[in-house]
Design a protein around this ligand. Structure first.
Ligand SMILES: [Zn+2]
Length: 363
């Protein structure tokens, strides 16, 4: 099934913020689909995600981890903290310039920021504030603060401190309650070291977050329901999407809202069963992160090419035939193969999440 419903908003293609961001999220929830949030590390991966979105006629979320942002700025830049800010800003400017030409709507986001990375997010907010002053819109649609390793009062206190600065520019905040198992870019914890109950978000914590944050601005919740970063042997942790349902019903009851009042985010979705993904979307998940699988897609395509053409990666000219290998070792040749395999994997994610053909962008 493709094509948006008649009631869906029609938005100008490009990066969405403010009410356009909220309209896009509402369209996902009303339409029963979610968007993949793909981690990017450079223009190769950004362009592949945009290409996939254009081909699938789906909107998409592009995000950078702190390590991805650092890589985007260049590993050689000596000041790592500065590089993490400038790399994410550079990526956002690249997406703002190009996304509209791919004809889809794009959410520009940053991934996990734990306590030591709060200054990273504040640095990015300062850049958005300067941009907002200049052109009336921020650089990002949303940021994530992941203080789930800290006590909930500290977690929500910091979110409440920062959310008003975001809301003033129409930006949203993603928070985390409960622990996503596994580790991503140095943030997170080994699943074997975490108490099992912490791998499942407590609905009371979600209600406390709703009470604290909903008067301050727009926010979404990365809830833990047994999800784990990375791909592990099956059977380690059990996915329990009914935890999401319990959180939604508790908030609906306590605060007298409509159904599925929370905007939920699914981390660690790589390798999840399709039926569990579908159930999670039914409980208000609008965003599912994907990183591990697109990393492997890029690497496996490049690896296959290198193994099939080993001489071209060792000699500029064939030692026997003297034929030049320039057309094979030119980085555009094999980077493009990596990009195309990422395109195919992201298109599969659109299919899995039901977003193919559902872009809210005007043609
Ligand atoms: Zn995550």
């Amino acid at each position: 099934m493709t094509g948006q419903s008649a009631t869906a908003p029609r938005l100008t293609p490009g990066v969405v913020t403010g009410e356009n961001y909220r309209a896009l999220v509402a369209a996902c929830k009303a339409g029963g689909y979610a968007l993949p949030a793909v981690n990017v590390t450079g223009t190769n991966t950004v362009n592949a995600v945009l290409e996939a979105a254009a081909e699938a006629r789906s909107d998409v979320i592009i995000q950078l981890s702190n390590g991805g942002a650092r890589f985007f700025a260049g590993e050689g830049l000596p000041d790592a903290a500065l590089a993490k800010v400038l790399g994410a800003v550079s990526a956002a400017r690249h997406v703002h310039l190009l996304a509209q030409h791919y004809g889809v709507c794009v959410v520009m986001h940053t991934d996990h920021a734990n306590k030591p990375l709060i200054p990273w997010v504040e640095g990015l907010i300062a850049h958005s504030e300067a941009e907002f002053q200049r052109v009336g819109r921020p650089l990002f649609s949303s940021h994530m603060l992941d203080l789930s390793a800290d006590p909930i009062d500290f977690n929500l206190g910091e979110c409440a401190r920062i959310l008003p600065r975001l809301a003033a520019m129409g930006m949203s905040l993603e928070i985390e309650l409960g622990v996503t198992g596994g580790e991503e870019d140095g943030v997170g914890s080994d699943i074997d070291d975490v108490d099992d109950s912490r791998l499942y978000t407590q609905p009371d914590d979600v209600a406390q977050a709703y009470r604290t944050l909903s008067p301050l601005g727009d926010f979404s919740v990365a809830a833990s329901f047994g999800n784990v970063h990375g791909v592990y042997a099956p059977g380690n942790v059990k996915l329990r999407p009914e935890i999401l349902e319990a959180s939604q019903s508790l908030v609906q009851k306590q605060f007298d809202t409509g159904p599925n009042p929370l905007n939920l985010v699914f981390h660690g979705g790589s390798g999840s069963e399709k039926s569990k993904i579908t159930r999670a979307i039914g409980y208000g998940v609008f965003k599912m992160n994907i990183d591990t699988d697109t990393q492997f897609a890029f690497a496996s395509a490049v690896g296959e090419f290198v193994m099939a053409n080993t001489l071209a990666f060792q000699h500029q000219i064939d030692p026997q035939t003297k034929a030049p290998y320039k057309k094979l070792y030119d980085p555009r040749k094999w980077l493009r193969l990596g990009e195309r395999n990422v395109v195919e994997r992201v298109k599969q994610a659109f299919t899995d999440l039901g977003s193919t053909g559902k872009t809210v962008a005007t043609a």
